[in-house]
Ligand binder design. Sequence first.
Ligand SMILES: Nc1ncnc2c1ncn2[C@@H]1O[C@H](COP(=O)(O)OP(=O)(O)OP(=O)(O)O)[C@@H](O)[C@H]1O
Length: 262
Amino acid sequence: MNAILHAQQLTKHYPGSIALDHVDFIANAGESIAIIGPSGSGKTTLLHCLAGILRPDAGSITLNTPSAPMRLDTLGDAALSRLRREEFGFVFQQGMLLPELTALENVALALMLNGTDRATSESRAAEWLAALGLAGMEQRRLGELSGGQVQRVAIARAQVTGARVVFADEPTGALDSATSKEVLDVLLHSVAANGRTLLVVTHDPNVAARCRRVVELRDGRIVSDSGSPVSAPSQAEPSSQAAPASSPAEAATANFKGAFNV
Ligand SMILES: Nc1ncnc2c1ncn2[C@@H]1O[C@H](COP(=O)(O)OP(=O)(O)OP(=O)(O)O)[C@@H](O)[C@H]1O
C-alpha cells in the first residue's frame, strides 16, 4: 500500500502532561482508520498534529503528494494553512461550519477559499449536497437542519475541494444511534467512493468496527494497530470498483463520481 501520511517519533507535551510520546504512524492511501483509546490518551492531539492544526514539539510528519513529499512539521504557517485547505477535509462534532451561512454557502466557501469562482463553487456544492441526500435544503441555514443533516453538510464541505485525507473527530458524537449510523454510512461510503483516506477519532465501538483499521492509543502511545480489514472491505476500493447502489446512502455514493467529473 502507498503511505499518504507518515509520522515519525511524534511528541507533544502540555504543561504537566505528555500527550504524544514518540508516536510512529503510517496512514495508507484509501484506508479508513479509527483512532480509539481512553479519555486523555492523546487521540485528538494525534489527529490535530497529523492534520497540521497543532505543531508537534518533536518528530516529523510527511504528506506524500503527487508532486513531492511535504513535511508538515517544517512548513511555515501560510503554507501549512494552504495545504490544509487543499489536501485535507475536516468533519468535527462542531465548529467547522458557519451558522449564519446556508448549507450551500458553507460547502461552496471551502472551494472559494481555494480560489474557485463563486458560480462554479456553488454548482459543485449543490451537487455534493444532492449526492448526500440534501437536495432542496441548499438554502437552509444550519439552525433549520437536523443534527444529522448538519453533519452531512460538514461531510460535503470536507470533500468538495477534492481533499485527499479526511479527518473526523467524534463525527457522530452528538447524534442518536439511528442518525449516527446514517451519517457514518454517508461518511464511509463517500470517502471510499472517492479513494480518500479517512482518520476518525471515536469513543464509539460501532464507528471503530466499521473502519478498515483500528489504532489504539494509551498514555500518548500506540498500544495496538489492527493494520488489517475488520469489516466492509469495499471501503478501500477505488470509485471505479464501488459496489452497485442498493440503499439511499450507496446511491448517494454512486452520484459522487458525477459530482467529481464536472
Ligand atoms: N490545550 C491543552 N492544554 C493542556 N493540556 C492539554 C491540552 N490539550 C490536551 N491536553 C492534555 O493532553 C492529553 C491528551 O489530550 P487529548 O485531547 O489529545 O486526548 P483524547 O484522547 O483526545 O481525549 P478525549 O477522548 O477526552 O477527547 C490529556 O492529558 C489532556 O489533558
